[in-house]
Design a protein around this ligand. Structure first.
Ligand code: BF8
Length: 671
């Protein structure tokens, strides 16, 4: 009998897989070298059609129970149920809730790790970490109920900074597991939002509890009311956005410095053939901060030169890239879908990973090259034998970082001759935050965000969009991001970005002030030119979405645009989302009052009643709601329509009509 021939694996078409040229080049190279990547797997493996609709329940061993929508749609009563009787709504809501819990857990556990390092620094147990930004410490402390002054003998005096830091560390760590009260940062939101959360009974009690409660409620036979499940999703996601993520951002700023705008570069082309290339990938900057310092030390530079390299080139992938970029200007090597490709250049001497968004296939790709793949976090190891684990510990941070950097340098000489670094990179201005927006777009005399508000009211800026989130191998890499972003700025919408959307915008050259003249509508272009900012402001990593919440809060405080985040002409978007963290972010955007559109699909379509609840009815409760639109232009237009709806409600739509005069009417006026 003739032997059955094994089918050749399907390969991705580089042009169809990515919108970005260096990614296309590297996919092509991976095919030549016979190295499989996520782009190829996305072609050969299709997603499960039932899972994608959110209606597969595997929460007990009687299932999985799968409840596909009938071909003709639901006619009459929806009688679908699992073995226990769970309806499609219950199953979809439970699955959605578990995504919120996982996303909130990821952000918040990152925050906890930072808080623990912060505690070590406050106790002066480590030389590697010190309080760097005292100003930020003094600004954050009162939000945690920590006094920055003390009264002695009838005199008000400044408190000792070390004492404040220690108390901030204690109070912050307590936010994860305190036994009573509510999250302290909730009161940073506009009063109207806070009161809504109070009225709805969704104020988070502590961060860990809300995550645990989702896991309990979604266990077999507990919460069977999709509205009640969504209530817990709200508590849990608010504990992420206004809790774990916000604490991560604040404590990182205090420890490592609050970012201010700086110039850098982005894309795989930042790697250098004659340098030792170290790519750092993951999320927690406690690791990357020390590696940056060590890699820049004279001792290591000399060591690298001794091994024949001209220097050490650091680059970042995913949110570690954003953390290192915004505080040190370290260039960005790529976004989520480019992680395997950085190794495929053949020039990556070490890839150092910590937590989140790290593909296990990196180990298989690294096996084909000389690259040392180093895991560093106790909760994130890999089973493959070629992976080296160097567990990072804040008490020995300098020693660990030195060992890692040396290992990369020693590996430089093992590089093969087959190296191909794509010659594409773009300049970027990044490092924005609540404080720098205030500096650039604020007013000295008339309230912090006065100038920004004024430009929104007069219509030069039509509104503000928060565009964030991942890449997804199910859509063409970067295309949806870029088309959404360009459509928004073309229509005078100022964009605040984080995460892989920020990296994407940088790679495609949208994070420069010059981009405004090319891509923006006349109003936004004018503001960008006068102020000297890009039309898309990069605010950092995904935990830094908390900066977007606080920037929006500053807009409310500055006045003239309503009293609640839901009153603002703003909208949210995650064009190519894929991670559970994005669902948690989406839900805290929505329940903080922001209309939020996701690209691709969200796993709710198989339960139309539940889907309608989150995409229609939630707006009546919190002012924000979910929406889904895969087409980038329609996606952006939905956001713009919402912004216009809010402008109308505020009575500022007329101002914009005047601004949008065409060139002919302007010239007529000037005559
Ligand atoms: O936290 S945007 S792919 S890197 S999950 Fe991951 Fe998504 Fe990128 Fe940062 Ni956020």
């Amino acid at each position: 009998m003739a032997e059955k021939k094994e089918k050749a694996p399907k390969l991705a078409d580089p042009i169809a897989a990515s919108y970005e040229i260096s990614t296309q080049e590297m996919i092509e190279r991976s095919h030549k070298l016979g190295v499989e990547t996520i782009f190829d797997r996305a072609v050969s493996m299709k997603p499960c059609n039932i899972g994608i609709q959110g209606i597969c329940c595997k929460n007990c061993s009687m299932g999985p129970c799968r409840l596909p929508l009938p071909k003709a749609g639901i006619v009459g009563e929806d009688t679908r149920k699992g073995l226990c009787g769970a309806t499609a709504n219950t199953i979809a809501a439970r699955n959605f809730a578990r995504m919120v819990a996982a996303g909130a857990a990821a952000h918040s556990d990152h925050g906890r790790c930072v808080a623990e390092v912060f505690m070590s620094a406050a106790k002066k147990e480590t030389d590697a970490y010190k309080i760097k930004d005292v100003q930020k410490l003094l600004q954050v402390a009162p939000h945690l109920g920590v006094d920055v002054t003390v009264e002695e003998d009838g005199e008000v005096k400044d408190r000792d900074v070390d004492e404040i830091a220690l108390e901030v560390a204690e109070v912050a760590l307590n936010e994860w597991g305190k036994s009573d009260g509510e999250l302290l940062y909730l009161k940073r939101a506009p009063q109207s939002n806070y009161e809504k959360w109070e009225k709805e009974g969704v104020k988070p009690r502590n961060i860990d509890r809300e995550i645990v409660e989702i896991m309990h409620r979604t266990h077999m036979g507990v919460d069977q009311d999709y509205k009640n499940l969504i209530k817990q999703c709200t508590r849990c996601s608010l504990a992420d956005g206004w809790g774990g993520s916000m604490l991560a951002t604040d404590l990182q700023d205090i420890l490592f410095g609050t970012p201010y705008p700086l110039q850098s570069e982005a894309n795989l082309g930042i790697m250098k053939e004659d340098h030792v290339n170290i790519i750092i990938h993951g999320h927690e900057p406690v690791l990357s901060e020390i590696i940056v310092a060590v890699a820049q030390s004279q001792e290591m530079l000399d060591y690298a030169k001794g091994k024949g390299a001209k220097g050490i080139q650091l680059g970042g992938i995913c949110c570690t890239a954003n953390e290192m970029l915004q505080r040190h200007g370290v260039p960005t090597a790529g976004n989520f879908l480019q992680q395997e490709l950085a190794i495929i250049t053949g020039a990556c001497d070490a890839m150092v990973v910590d937590i989140q968004c790290v593909m296990q296939n990196l180990a298989n790709v690294a096996k084909c090259f000389h690259t040392k793949l180093i895991t560093t976090h106790p909760i994130a190891k890999m089973e493959q034998e070629n992976v080296i684990h160097i567990e990072f510990n804040e008490h020995y941070a300098l020693e660990d970082a030195t060992r890692i950097v040396k290992m990369a340098i020693d590996n430089f000489e093992n590089r093969g001759s087959d190296v191909l670094i794509p010659q594409h990179k773009a300049t970027q201005i990044a490092g924005f935050g609540v404080e720098s927006i205030q500096y650039h777009l604020g007013g000295t005399f008339r309230g912090t965000y006065y100038t920004l508000n004024d430009n929104i009211i007069n219509g030069r800026i039509r509104g503000v969009a928060g565009v964030v989130g991942c890449n997804n191998a199910r859509s063409r890499h970067n295309e949806v991001h870029i088309k959404v972003l360009k459509e928004l700025i073309k229509n005078d919408v100022l964009v605040l970005t984080t995460g892989c959307d920020g990296i994407t915008a940088a790679i495609h050259g949208l994070l420069t002030p010059e981009a405004a003249q090319v891509h923006c509508g006349p109003g936004l272009a004018e503001v960008c030119e006068v102020v000297g900012i890009p039309p898309i402001l990069h605010l950092g990593s995904c935990v830094d979405n908390s900066r977007i919440l606080l920037a929006a809060t500053e807009v409310v405080k500055a006045g003239g645009l309503g009293n609640d985040l839901a009153d603002l002409p703003v909208a949210g978007s995650a064009p190519e989302w894929m991670s559970e963290k994005a669902i948690s972010i989406g839900h805290y955007f929505v329940t903080s009052g922001v209309y939020t559109v996701f690209g691709g699909s969200i796993p709710t379509s198989g339960a139309p009643v539940f889907h309608d609840y989150i995409s229609k009815e939630l707006e009546n409760v919190y002012g924000g709601k979910w929406d889904v639109e895969p087409d980038p232009i329609k996606h952006a237009q939905l956001m713009i329509a919402h912004i216009d709806k809010k402008r109308k409600a505020l009575g500022i739509d007329k101002a914009r009509e005047r601004v949008l005069m065409d060139m002919a009417s302007r010239q007529a006026l000037e005559v």
